[in-house]
Design a binder for this molecule. Sequence first.
Ligand SMILES: [Mg+2]
Length: 281
Amino acid sequence: MKLAVFDLDGVLSTGEIFSKDTTRAILNGEKENLDRWKSFMTKKGVPCVAVTGRSLEITRELLGYMDALSVCEHGTMIVDPKTGREYHIAEGDDHFRNLTGAKNRLEEFIHHAGQHDEFLGAKFDGAELTRMRDNLHILTYEFNSPDGEAFARSLYSEVVKFMSPELRSDLDDGRLVAKTCDMALDIIPGVSKKDGLIHILGELGVATKDVIILGDSYHSDGEMMKGVPDGIWICPGNADKRLKRAVSSRGERGYVAEKPFFEGAMEGLEYFLGSSSPSQS
Ligand SMILES: [Mg+2]
């Protein structure tokens, strides 16, 4: 294999997610595992990249472990951890050039989004609503509500009320998209982790059949993995049931680990790359 692609949270972390607290060390308690994984991959001679929904700011330390062009913010931001070069996919990929206006309007909205926090906090009192302030390119609210994804949709209908007609038509026309899940609402340019993955494979000149890819969520990772239809797919034991079904249906090109999280990722990598033999391709 020529490249290993990693979703980060729930795959290389010891639990559901890596820390998002920028005031403390994000890698607290994770370093030992990450060092073990990195030395394994180095021995196997397979370079590693990340494709994550996390914001660039809270992913920088993790990107330090990557060998080549990686993707943050749901496909929006492309980062070269070796050179430090960072660019928005709308600016670095002709295919997404048409999103530039929407990207700029969204970033402007994010810049001033703080002025709506008090209103939204009061409106959704009790839901622990938090706007992620480290996000400069995507708008993210996290919450804790028994209504789950339905809550995200009600929040979305309030947030759009603050938007200009141009921004609303960006959303209507798909130049921006709202992603909802049971703990967050993201408003992002109309790209996905799959788009980011295809972009970096093109830049790196790696064929999809030479990719080993790991993820745990159904919607974003399941879709992303389809970007390497003839690659090897791995999911740890904590993965979404629907993703596990998709991975196990691939026969010898897929592996569903017994163990969850980091140990499950290692289990899958060892299954395909061998546990202790020096190197194979
Ligand atoms: Mg994940």
